[in-house]
Design a protein around this ligand. Structure first.
Ligand code: SDX
Length: 372
């Protein structure tokens, strides 16, 4: 047994093996680069690749989309619960509740076989967008809009939110963001999911735990926090003064830095062009100029490149999406990666149980309460 190693936050520690993706030398999903996938694939093809191990043939894609369409429904009792959750509850909290609740109506809930876990993963992939859109509409005093089996998952997200047929341009932008957010090796929320299912717990418990982990602003919650930064800065003209002041106060600038990518997040690089194009089409050039100024100064002063959340927040803003939906959109995509890891863990499981270095009091004698 090798001497136990200790690394705060498990930095640099190899905590397991996976065949699903690697972040070494760029981001690769089961051998395909995310640049190729974002350029040429649809999110459904990428979801099939991550869950089933291969890009689908036309027949397999049609069958996969057919299963998603069959699963694209949520129990009326859950929709009624979504209407009863108090106004103002963050959408990420609603997603956490819904992922857990959906288990109660899933006939495979107690079955941890590979086939059942795949079915449950496909159910959640189709159901979570419906939950998010239904809650969004109910919270705005509108009735939910039914899923349209003729649209893609990306197109349905926009259709069910706005009841307006999405332009091909916006549906494609959403699709690209879902591909880029889908999977990222042993990030905190994925690792949380693997820890939970390593006890032989179930898919829904693992996904619920992952949503809880993703919510934090050091992780998925950063894309909403990035929008807070951009709103606080206000205009490109104020950007330099704002960022220099923030850095002088040692503030953590949301959307920058990464535990693994030290020379840049390839996903952020990929989204840069799409962001710029959509900004021009929607009249948000000033926000792009603001972002450029902040990015240049954070890079030069702190040596910190932007991560995916830095451009994705702007992309969603240009698409007219409310900030409260940004991290839930990350959930709708990452549920694929989480599920793939849960299935992989359960297919070849060993309980995940690390050790801790003890820093508490030395052994001491019992003290009766009268003497304390
Ligand atoms: C995601 O892991 C994944 O794969 C996650 C993800 C995925 O796809 O699943 O990529 C998605 O979560 C992206 C990250 C989103 N989070 C943010 O944008 C929040 C801001 N970023 C930071 O909090 C930070 O960069 C982390 C949390 C992302 C990484 O932190 P680490 O590896 O623990 O590094 P650290 O906090 O120890 O920082 C090292 C140094 C520190 O300076 P010193 O105290 O040593 O002088 O860098 C500084 C930090 O202060 N630093 C920052 C900074 N990030 C690091 N300083 C200012 N602003 C920042 N954003």
């Amino acid at each position: 047994m090798a001497a136990p190693i200790y690394s705060p936050g498990l930095e640099g520690v190899i905590a397991g093996e996976t065949a699903i993706s690697t972040v070494e030398g760029g981001l690769v999903y089961r051998g395909y680069s995310i640049e190729d996938l974002a350029e040429h694939a649809t999110f459904e093809e990428v979801a099939h690749l991550l869950l089933h191990g291969e890009l689908p043939s036309e027949r397999e894609l049609a069958a996969f989309r057919g299963r998603l369409n069959e699963s694209a429904d949520t129990p009326q009792a859950l929709v009624e619960l979504l209407a009863k959750i108090p106004a103002g509850v963050p959408m990420m909290d609603v997603m956490r509740t819904a992922a857990s609740a959906l288990a109660h109506w899933d006939p495979d809930a107690a079955d941890n076989s590979h086939a059942a876990n795949l079915r449950k993963s496909e159910h959640l992939l189709a159901q979570l967008p419906i939950v998010m859109a239904a809650r969004y509409r109910l919270a705005h005093g509108k009735r939910p809009v039914a899923y349209d089996s003729k649209l893609s998952l990306a197109g349905n997200i926009l259709w069910m939110l706005f009841e307006k047929a999405p332009s091909a341009r916006l549906a494609k932008a959403m699709d690209v963001s879902l591909i880029l957010y889908a999977e990222h090796e042993f990030n905190a929320s994925t690792f949380a999911a693997r820890v939970v299912c390593s006890t032989l717990s179930d898919v829904h418990s693992s996904i619920t735990a992952a949503i809880g982990a993703l919510k934090g602003p050091l992780h998925g919650g950063a894309n909403e926090a990035v929008m807070g930064v951009l709103m606080e800065v206000g205009t490109a003209q104020k950007a330099e003064a704002w960022i220099r002041n923030a850095l002088s106060q040692k503030r953590r600038i949301m959307g920058f830095g990464h535990r693994v990518y030290k020379t840049g997040d390839p996903r952020a690089a990929y989204l840069r062009t799409l962001c710029r194009e959509l900004a021009a089409e929607t009249g948000h050039e000033d926000m792009e100029a603001m972002a450029d100024t902040i990015e240049t100064i954070v890079q030069s002063e702190k040596g910190l490149p932007p991560n995916l959340d830095w451009p994705s927040a702007r992309l969603y803003y240009y698409m007219g999406l409310e900030v409260d939906l940004y991290t839930p959109l990350f959930v709708l995509s990452r549920v694929v990666g989480w599920s793939a890891h849960v299935i992989e863990q359960l297919d070849n499981n060993r309980l995940i149980r690390p050790r801790a270095r003890y820093t508490g009091p030395a052994p001491r004698k019992w003290l009766h309460i009268k003497n304390r």
